[in-house]
Design a protein around this ligand. Structure first.
Ligand code: CAA
Length: 382
């Protein structure tokens, strides 16, 4: 058993860490305040082969492993969680959907541009009445021979500025929940496809979250990913991977907050000594560091399993669940340790605490992760 990263992964980590410190961290506060998508950073990541890091080079990607991708997201999230979720969804769902389930033609048409960072990708599953119960989605697509006609709505869609939306629609309404669903790529400029303005959120402000509406929107059949009427498995299969990098994102947020806070504790003097000299506070740090270490092991193990083609749905859910609960606890404690300053926007830990909250919710609320883990451990009972 090996507990160290390979030379290749360490090299990527160093490169990404330097890049994130130099190019991403200085923008984090601004993105939070202005709610702007980091277009320039995204372009730079494309130039550095990071936009499709785990996609093979022949398709415009970086040719790295899924573990490399998880480490990349972790490093981004240490300094800017918004940028991390943008890349997690773009690569893990936007690029991976086409790489795993798309035809050669679709790969030529979209994947090269996505993986090289020329365009942004998104994933559209959730609807107003189908959130945790994703299998009950109602957005419908009528089969018209060589194309589908889409009508319906999607909400809470990350990367609202995307060019390609990997969209899940009901193509056979005679089938029950989780069945008769098809996955297809909808291009941004398709007539009948409307994208709302970004919704106002608690955090992750650099990542535009939108609503989509389809009104007699014509999508060619060649844009189907996987099998017609078997798209729910595509949705779930992609989330098995996506949840690993949401775990990595949560891990990075927690690590970033703890790093900032321990530095603060060494400098802040109260009662004639630094905060760090108080054993009670040291114990808080010890608990946070231990939980983050455990979260990292869970995230890396799930990524390693994916790289080795080992079924990893349960382990991805465990990683996402534990890392996000840890991120919430760690960032809350970090705000506490900074006291009044921690509650002020001038210090980054309050942003980190707001950003951490959503990692317990998106790509499956943690109650859903527990459901998936439970079913894997004891079987599915009704
Ligand atoms: N891989 C492949 N197939 C899978 C699967 C997986 N991981 N999980 C389930 N399936 C298959 C099942 O085998 C079943 O097919 P069969 O009947 O042929 O065997 C079918 O899918 C239905 O499965 P279930 O009966 O288990 O479905 P369910 O409705 O009971 O439970 C769920 C499914 C796990 C609760 C699912 O609905 C779920 O994950 N919900 C959460 C939704 C979610 O995560 N949304 C995230 C939105 S995306 C987002 O947030 C991204 C972003 O922008 C940041």
């Amino acid at each position: 058993m090996q507990f160290k990263l390979s030379e290749d992964t360490l090299m990527i980590r160093n490169m990404v860490r330097n890049f994130a410190k130099k190019e991403i961290e200085p923008l984090a506060e601004e993105l939070d305040n202005t709610h702007q998508f980091p277009t320039e950073s995204f372009k730079k990541m494309g130039e550095l082969d990071l936009a499709g890091l785990c996609i093979p080079e022949e398709w415009g990607g970086g040719g790295g492993s899924y573990l490399d991708f998880a480490v990349f997201i972790e490093e981004l999230a240490k300094v800017c969680a918004s940028t991390a979720v943008i890349m997690s969804v773009h690569t893990g769902l936007g690029c991976m959907s086409i790489y795993k389930y798309g035809s050669q033609k679709l790969k030529e048409k979209y994947l090269k541009d996505l993986a090289s960072g020329k365009i942004v990708g998104a994933y559209a599953l959730t609807e107003p009445n189908a959130g945790s119960d994703a299998g009950s989605l109602k957005c419908r697509a009528e089969d018209k021979g060589d194309h589908f006609i889409l009508n319906g709505q999607k909400i809470f869609i990350t990367n609202g500025n995307a060019t390609t939306f990997c969209t899940f629609v009901k193509t056979d309404s005679t089938q029950g929940p989780g069945k008769g669903i098809t996955c297809l790529i909808v291009e941004r400029d398709t007539p009948g496809f409307t994208i709302s303005k970004p919704v106002d959120k608690m955090g992750m402000n650099g990542s535009p979250t939108v609503e989509l509406s389809f009104e007699d929107c014509k999508v060619p059949k060649e844009n189907v990913l996987g099998e017609i009427n078997d798209g729910f498995k595509v949705a779930m299969g992609l989330l098995d991977g996506g949840r690993i990098t949401i775990g990595a994102q949560a891990l990075g947020i927690g690590e970033g907050a703890l790093e900032y806070t321990t530095q603060y504790m060494k400098e802040r003097q109260q009662f004639g000594k630094p905060l760090a000299a108080n054993q009670g506070l040291q114990f808080m740090v010890a608990d946070m560091a231990t939980a983050l270490d455990a979260a990292q092991l869970l995230v890396y193990r799930a990524a390693w399993m994916k790289d080795n083609d080992i079924p990893h749905g349960k382990e991805a859910s465990m990683a996402k669940l534990f890392a996000s609960d840890t991120a919430m606890e760690v960032t809350t404690n970090c705000v506490q340790l900074l006291g009044g300053y921690g509650y002020c926007k001038e210090y980054p830990v309050e942003r980190m605490m707001r950003d951490a909250k959503i990692t317990q919710i998106y790509e499956g609320a943690n109650q859903i992760q527990r459901m998936i883990i439970g079913r894997n451990v004891i079987g599915k009972f009704k």
